[in-house]
Design a protein around this ligand. Structure first.
Ligand SMILES: [Zn+2]
Length: 182
């Protein structure tokens, strides 16, 4: 998984982020993964016993999607400017603000073209979690903080499909492979 994470970073973020490690660990509640930092660097943790269930029985695509989600957190935690005046608005408490949404949407678009597989970063659920609409670890961090209409348009939430069945996943994979052939 560490190798896969490094490959994803080479493809989408210009190379592996230094001093970052990966580990599997059972996490509390419904948490699929998290990215934490300390003086020694970053740690991406993924829960082996839970998936997002976005791809029916194709759990590998779920784990891949969670890894993409945490890779975006790792990238922003490493390279976003925490002193910048716009940091609060761009990153947002909870981590799924404008910067996360823009990166995640672009990666969801590019991933099928580059790798022939669909990916879902869970960006809508995470945002709703931050906003207090979804249950979970990140519940309610953004009470009273509403993104602009322009942001919501740019983030393209309306393009996100709800949960899908196996047949839908097969169609998704087929379409993703076709995009890679263009
Ligand atoms: Zn997240």
């Amino acid at each position: 998984m560490q190798h896969l994470w490094e490959t994803l970073n080479t493809l989408f973020f210009g190379g592996p982020i230094p001093h970052t490690t990966f580990r599997w660990k059972k996490l509390p509640r419904s948490e699929l993964g998290n990215t934490t930092s300390c003086l020694l660097g970053l740690t991406i943790t993924m829960n082996p016993s839970r998936t997002s269930c976005d791809f029916a029985d194709y759990v590998l695509l779920d784990f891949l999607s969670t890894l993409v989600h945490e890779s975006i957190h790792a990238f922003l935690q490493s390279y976003a400017c925490w002193s910048c005046r716009s940091w609060d608005r761009d990153y947002m408490e909870g981590g799924h603000g404008r910067s996360f949404q823009m990166l995640a949407r672009k990666i969801e678009e590019a991933f099928p073209q580059l790798l022939g597989l669909p990916v879902r970063s869970g960006r809508l659920d995470s945002f709703l979690g931050d906003f207090g609409v979804r249950e979970g670890k990140e519940k309610g961090r953004l009470k009273g903080c509403v993104p602009s209409v322009h942001d919501l348009e740019m983030w393209g939430f309306e393009d996100i499909d709800p949960g899908v069945r196996n047949e839908d996943v097969r169609v998704l994979i087929h379409r993703a492979r076709a995009m890679g052939d263009v």
